[in-house]
Design a protein around this ligand. Structure first.
Ligand code: T4K
Length: 370
C-alpha cells in the first residue's frame, strides 16, 4: 500500500536547524508584537523579493482586509470568481460589494477587456488575483484604474518570488497582498504580508494590524490584530535559506509533468507565462472532452489510488450561497470561469515529491489509453 500523496506538502527545514531560533525566543521571552525575528524577516523579505516596504501579517486574509481598510475602499470592487474564497470574503468583511468579472482563457486571471463594462459610479477598486502565480495583465488593469480613478489591490497570495521583465510582480497596483500559509511556496505555517509602496503607507498598515495603536494611549482607527508571531517569523527566516532548493525542486517537478503530459490527448497544461522567474506554486491541468474520463472521474480515480489532487477553483466563488444572488454571479456573465472550474485539476507539486510518486500520478492519468 502506497502512502497518500497530497496536492501539496509544506517544506520543512531540518528540525535541528530550527532549535537555535527557538532558543533565542525562549531567552528573550519576546514572542510577538513586532519582536526581533519579525523585524529581521521584514528586512530579509524586502531584500529577497526586491521590494522597499513590507508589513507582515498573521495570514493572507487579514492582509487583504487590512489593505482595503488602509486605502479606505468603499462601495463596489471588481474581482474574479476564479480564486480561493478568501479573495471575495475579504471584500464582504470590509463591507464592500464584490462585482465578478470573467477570466481570460489562457491565464485564468481577470480579463481586462471585460472590466470596463462592470464599472459603475459605486466602483472604487479592482482586486485581481495572480492565479497560480501567473501574472495578470497588469498594464491593462492599471490603465483602466487610472482612467476611472480606481485603486488596485492585488491578491498576490500565489505569487511569492514571481518576477516579470521589470522586477518583482508584487510591485504592481496600489498594494499587493501575499500568503505564507503552509500550502504556499514560501511558508511560515500561517502568515502573510502587504507590500507597501512607501514608508507612510507601511506605517498606517502597521497601526491597522495592531488595533490602530500609534502609541500606548493613541488609537487612530478600528484596527485588527493581524500581527505575525515570533515563532512564524523565525521559521520564515530559516525557510528563506532554503528557497533556492525549494524553487529548483518545484521547477523540476513542473518540467517533468509538462514533458510527460504533453502528448496525452485531452490533458492540457496551462501555458507557461512569459515571467522572468516563475514559482511553480501549482500544477493545474484542464481535462478536455477528448480525454476518456471527465474531470471528476479522473479526480476520483486518482483519489482511489491515494493521490489527492484538488479542484482549485471549483466551485467558483460566485457559486457559494453568500455570493450566488449577486447580479454579477449570473452564469451568463462568467462563461470562461465556469468552463475552467469544470475542467481544472491541480496535480501534486511540492519540493519533496519524488520521481516515483510523480510517475504514479502520471501513469494513472495516461493508463486510460492502454
Ligand atoms: N487568496 C488566495 C488566492 C488564496 O489562495 C488564499 C489561500 C488566500 C487568499 C488566503 O490566504 P491565507 O489566509 O490562507 O494565508 C488551502 C489553504 O488553506 C489556503 O491558504 C490556500 N489559499 C488555498 C488555495 O488552499 P485548503 O482548504 O485546500 O487546504 P487543505 O488544508 O485542504 O490543504 C491542502 C493539502 O495540503 C492537504 O490535503 C495536505 C496538505 N497540507 C495542508 C496543511 C494545512 C499539509 O501537508 N500540511 C498542512 O499543514 O486551502
Amino acid at each position: 500500500m502506497h502512502k497518500p500523496i497530497y496536492v501539496t506538502q509544506p517544506y520543512l527545514p531540518p528540525l535541528s536547524e530550527f532549535i537555535p531560533y527557538l532558543e533565542q525566543i525562549w531567552d528573550s521571552k519576546i514572542v510577538t508584537n513586532g519582536g526581533p525575528f519579525h523585524q529581521q524577516l521584514e528586512q530579509a523579505l524586502c531584500e529577497y523579493l526586491g521590494v522597499k516596504h513590507i508589513a507582515l501579517f498573521s495570514n493572507g486574509t487579514l492582509a487583504l482586509i487590512t489593505a482595503l481598510q488602509a486605502l479606505r475602499v468603499t462601495g463596489e470592487v471588481i474581482t474574479t470568481p476564479y480564486s480561493f474564497v478568501a479573495t471575495a470574503h475579504s471584500l464582504l468583511w470590509h463591507g464592500n460589494k464584490p462585482v465578478f468579472v470573467d477570466v481570460e482563457t489562457d491565464t485564468l486571471n481577470l480579463d481586462p477587456d471585460k472590466i470596463e463594462s462592470a464599472i459603475t459610479p459605486q466602483t472604487t477598486a479592482i482586486m485581481p488575483v495572480h492565479c497560480y502565480g501567473n501574472p495578470c495583465n497588469v498594464e491593462a488593469i492599471q490603465k483602466i484604474a487610472d482612467n476611472y480613478n480606481l485603486r488596485v489591490i492585488y491578491d498576490a497570495c500565489h505569487a511569492f518570488g514571481v518576477q516579470d521583465q521589470g522586477g518583482t510582480l508584487l510591485r504592481h497596483g496600489d498594494l499587493s497582498c501575499i500568503s505564507f500559509h503552509a500550502t504556499k511556496v514560501f511558508n511560515t505555517f500561517e502568515g502573510g504580508a502587504i507590500i507597501c509602496p512607501d514608508s507612510k503607507t507601511k506605517q498606517r498598515i502597521d497601526h491597522l494590524k495592531n488595533f490602530g495603536f500609534v502609541d500606548e494611549i493613541t488609537v487612530v482607527a478600528p484596527g485588527i490584530n493581524g500581527k505575525m508571531s515570533e515563532f512564524n517569523a523565525a521559521i520564515g527566516m530559516l525557510q528563506l535559506q532554503h528557497m533556492d532548493t525549494v524553487m529548483q525542486r518545484r521547477a523540476n517537478v513542473d518540467a517533468i509533468y509538462r514533458e510527460r503530459l504533453k502528448n496525452i490527448p485531452g490533458i492540457r497544461c496551462l501555458p507557461q507565462t512569459a515571467s522572468r522567474t516563475r514559482n511553480y506554486s501549482y500544477f493545474p491541468i484542464l481535462v478536455e472532452a477528448e480525454y476518456p474520463l471527465t474531470r471528476d472521474e479522473l479526480y476520483k480515480k486518482l483519489r482511489e489510488n491515494g493521490i489527492n489532487g484538488r479542484r482549485y477553483f471549483f466551485p467558483l466563488i460566485s457559486e457559494f450561497s453568500m455570493y450566488r444572488g449577486l447580479p454579477s454571479s449570473a452564469p451568463s456573465n462568467l462563461p470562461n470561469a465556469i468552463e475552467a472550474s469544470q475542467k481544472i485539476l491541480c496535480l501534486p507539486i511540492y519540493p519533496t515529491l519524488n520521481i516515483e510518486d510523480q510517475s504514479r500520478v502520471i501513469n494513472i492519468i495516461s493508463e486510460v489509453f492502454l
